[in-house]
Design a protein around this ligand. Sequence first.
Ligand SMILES: [Fe+2]
Length: 249
Amino acid sequence: MFKSLFGKSQSTATPDFSFLGADMHSHLLPGLDDGLQTMDQTMYFMGRLEKMGYRKFICTPHILSDMHPNTPDTILPKLDEVREALAERGSNLQVEAAAEYMIDLEFEKLIDSGAKLLTFGDKNYILIEMSYVAPSPNFEKIIFNLQMKDIKPVFAHPERYSYFHSQFDKYERLIELGCLLQVNILSLSGFYGKEVKKAGELLFKKNMVSFLGTDMHHDRHLALLTDMAGKRDFLNTVSSAELLNKTLL
Ligand SMILES: [Fe+2]
């Protein structure tokens, strides 16, 4: 299945992520957060990613209190604009929107309020993240509360939380609590550092990863993703995983 992951030649081929087909973590909607800023950029990035084998993007702008105060009212109209721009270009790409929710007190209040949450997929997944500095004190409570609402939490880039690197049981605990884990593709390239790469690889080795995401924000991410063409160890790491990306198509 993965033999043709990078096309005919490991060194010169265009990277082929068609084995994923759908990306479920990106900041491709323009002007909503620290990701892409203009519609032209969005069209360019989506075009490049399509050439790498992606057919669907579930875009996930940050929702982070005062810094990125997004709501369905800011995100969904932007989704419509992107769909219109793609239609004007005759594109068949599928685009949806959810969000990357920071686990903080605001999010806890939002869940309790019964407000509409931006989920994705038939299984009602929600993408959640924590600070890179320290775990959110309320993360177990949030995970529980989401599941009480029949929402399935997907933990974004757990390999990037360095405070878990020396406590692998924390990752096992997330799964025990009912979370699915999403690793960033670029974590496996070493982009975020050796320890992050090691943690990501270990999660794969222990078959704990359910999704791979681009977490695409900017040009550098795009260039590095393209460079994954030469990464034989990436191929080896992900080849035996039972990833769910394709179930989102
Ligand atoms: Fe993200």
